[in-house]
Design a protein around this ligand. Structure first.
Ligand code: AAL
Length: 376
């Protein structure tokens, strides 16, 4: 009976629809009559049918990993993309094993870390199923000796596979982390994912000239291959704190040699928000998961050329510092397929630099190979 009444009410209402009002059922095409700015935007910028048909929209589910559980004074954060090589998954990350928890940069000593990523090396873990992980007994890449750049801490690695060799890019801090300390990106290379890793003597990327957006440090190098070139995305900073603080922007630099030199895009910064970088090939372009900070935080963006990004979706509770399992990250197929899982970091004590982080698994459906019809 209730249904019948509703149906009658609907039928009675139908003739009263005015073309001046947006109808109850969202039209497929942009209306040809005046609409509000919000409705116009729905067609100019977004899919009016929301996220169901949006390939670059996803929710995220998080699961603890076995083998990398929270341990006092051991921190694991900023994982690279996950690689699958001969049936084994590999990941590298910032690893800190110290005598104490972080004590703040002012009180840091040779053995007491200032921040969560201080006194760190690059560690490696492997897994047969993506859930159970085994960490190596020793770091994959150790801090270089004094006075080399990075003797205080090396962190936030990004992995690249190029012409059968492996390259790890990472921040190289010395004499201390934080503050106005100049921080370039160094690179180490290996013939196999299990090393041995060799430090390259010259930095791969250096901060941009004084006065520019990325003049003191380069964070979170994230390589991807597109149109035959290596693209490294990174977060830059001109100043650590204060009104000019625009740390949360990202730039890109290009090279056809993994050891550099890399040439920064003349359009940098190319992403105006975010924090840790997460860039991956998608279709014939490059996509970026932009989380945490800035006016376009918590979005996924896409660019045909790697330099001009457009917001494609708004996401909720995105992974922090995600390292997706992205099989085509370096194959330059021109048909990037996206991903369905990866590792990210979580700071169980609520974030910040003053405690330990853990790696966790995230699952999602940012893959063109997911059957979207079943969600409609
Ligand atoms: C990371 C990065 C930068 C920060 C710290 C270490 O996730 O964003 O590198 O400085 O945390």
């Amino acid at each position: 009976m209730r249904r019948l009444i509703l149906l009658l009410a609907l039928l009675l209402e139908l003739p009263s629809f005015s073309r001046a009002e947006f109808p109850a059922l969202v039209p497929q095409e942009k209306p040809d009559y005046p609409v509000s700015a919000a409705v116009a935007r729905l067609y100019d910028q977004w899919n009016p049918h929301e996220d169901r048909g949006n390939e670059l929209y996803s929710n995220f589910k998080y699961t603890p990993l076995k083998g990398l559980e929270l341990t006092p004074n051991i921190s694991r954060r900023d994982p690279t993309k996950v690689l699958l090589i001969d049936g084994v998954y590999h990941v590298w990350y910032t690893g800190r094993r110290s005598q104490s928890a972080p004590v703040g940069v002012q009180d840091a000593t040779d053995v007491k870390p200032g921040t969560d990523w201080d006194l760190a090396d690059i560690w490696h873990a492997s897994s047969k199923d993506g859930w159970n992980w085994v960490e190596d007994k020793e770091p994959a890449v150790r801090r270089p000796p004094k006075p080399e750049q990075g003797f205080r801490s090396i962190c936030t690695p990004g992995i690249l596979v190029w012409k059968g060799k492996y390259y790890l890019y990472f921040q190289a801090y010395s004499p201390m982390v934080g503050g106005q300390v100049w921080c370039p990106v160094r690179v180490a290379s290996a013939d196999t994912p299990d090393g041995p890793w060799r430090h390259h003597p010259d930095p791969a990327l250096v901060p941009s000239p004084p006065g520019s957006w990325g003049s003191i440090k380069i964070n979170d190098p994230c390589p991807v291959v597109h149109h035959g070139r290596i693209l490294i995305y990174y977060k830059g900073a001109p100043i650590e704190r204060g009104p000019e603080y625009v740390l949360r922007m990202q730039g890109v630099a290009f090279s056809d040699n993994p050891l550099g030199p890399f040439e920064a895009s003349k359009l940098n910064p190319v992403i105006n928000s975010g924090h840790e970088t997460c860039v991956f090939p998608f279709k014939d372009g490059v996509a970026a998961l932009v989380a945490l900070d800035g006016p376009e935080k918590n979005t996924i963006q896409w660019s045909p050329d790697g330099e001009n990004f457009r917001v494609m979706s708004m996401i909720q509770i995105p992974p922090i510092a995600p390292g997706p399992y992205c099989p085509d990250a370096f194959s330059d197929s021109g048909d990037g397929r996206g991903f369905t899982w990866g590792l990210c970091h979580i700071n169980p004590d609520g974030g910040g630099a003053a405690n330990e982080s853990i790696l966790a698994r995230f699952d999602c459906d940012l893959s063109l190979d997911v059957n979207r019809e079943s969600f409609k």
